[in-house]
Design a protein around this ligand. Structure first.
Ligand code: 13P
Length: 339
């Protein structure tokens, strides 16, 4: 195990006041996002959009790492600099999404499992060559009647652990992402129950697969009421429920927890992260962000595929990155949104 490389990567990714930009949307997901602002997804458009994100001035003040999709890892800026090098030159660590998406779990209606272990060893060697220093694998759990099943939790936890173990063999830091979706009308207590069961099983599997917890990051959902639940929660309630769940399940050896935004509004994701960081009580991990939509959505909307909007779009991205950097330090307030 290449411990010193992973120690360095962890130190850089969890640097004070910084978080991760998730820009690893698969071809299908980025097509959906681009279509939502009336833009057709071609390779050139995807490249232009990612270049806009990665060249936002002083992004490196707030962002320590960027998660890329395989296509983007192999693309270059207009000036011909490969994206991983463009990021590394700014002190931003390039990472790579390595899972191959989800499939229905046979015999367990409504449950899914994440694919991508076949050939992962060979793929990782190639990604490392291209400059990737960390990786991400996402498992997804839907809350519903009788789901997620114990089997779905166990199968996905094992997948995450096997992926993490392989990454560490290459000196690549694994980001372990078990996402309990916020779709549905369940209440916050049900989300807490499912998230606790998932995290408990994930750490059990990581232990069984001899993953060194010191050299991984956890990317979980926050504990939230379902999007359609009539009783919503305050940031303070969300922070309290989320931290309670982590204290019960996430070992102190894990250096950092970087949340996904999971469809929360950009402002809610920032306010909830801030509440987490001001909450009193034990929190022995760095509590930061690894947001996709909550960082990108307003910037994507402002861009609209027009070169003339590039700078305005970058400023909007930087604003979200700066406010999340403040939230990561517990220094954010909603009044800053209008400033
Ligand atoms: P969101 O913040 O949009 O949930 O994306 C993060 C991510 O990487 C999902 O896998």
């Amino acid at each position: 195990m290449q411990v010193s490389a992973m120690e360095r990567t962890i130190a850089e990714l969890t640097a004070p006041a910084k978080g991760i930009l998730a820009a690893d949307e698969s071809s299908g997901t980025i097509e959906k996002r681009l279509r939502s602002v009336g833009v057709q997804s071609t390779e050139a458009v995807r490249r232009n959009y990612r270049e806009l994100l990665f060249t936002a001035p002083e992004l490196n003040l707030y962002v320590s790492g960027v998660i890329l999709y395989e296509e983007t890892l192999r693309q270059s800026s207009e000036a011909g600099t490969p994206f991983p090098q463009l990021l590394a030159a700014q002190g931003i660590v390039p990472g790579i999404k390595v899972d191959k998406g989800t499939q229905a779990l046979a015999n367990f209606p409504g449950d899914k499992f994440t694919q991508g272990l076949d050939g992962l060893t060979d793929r990782l060697a190639g990604y490392k060559e291209l400059g990737a220093r960390f990786a991400k694998w996402r498992a997804v759990f839907t809350i519903g009647d009788g789901i997620p099943s114990h089997r779905a939790i166990a199968v996905n936890a094992d997948g995450l652990a096997r992926y993490a173990a392989i990454c560490q063999e290459f000196g690549i830091v694994p980001i372990v992402e078990p996402e309990v979706l916020m779709d549905g009308s369940h209440d916050i207590a049900r989300c807490a129950e499912v998230t606790e069961a998932v995290l408990e099983r994930v750490f059990h599997a990581l232990h069984n697969h001899r993953v060194a917890l010191e050299y991984m990051l956890l990317k979980p959902n926050m504990v939230l009421p379902g999007a359609d639940c009539p009783i919503q929660a305050t940031p303070e309630q969300i922070a309290a429920a989320t931290l309670r769940c982590f204290r019960r399940t996430v070992p102190v050896a894990v250096p950092g927890i970087c949340f996904l935004s999971g469809g929360q509004s950009d402002e809610a994701a920032t306010a909830n992260l801030n509440a987490m960081n001001v909450c009193t009580g034990a929190k022995p991990w760095q509590l930061s962000f690894s947001y996709g939509r909550a960082l990108q959505a307003p910037a994507l909307k402002a861009w609209h595929g027009e070169a003339a909007n590039k700078m305005a779009s970058q400023q909007i991205l930087l604003k979200r990155a700066r406010l999340n950097s403040l939230a990561r330090q517990g220094k954010y307030s909603a009044s800053m949104e209008v400033a």
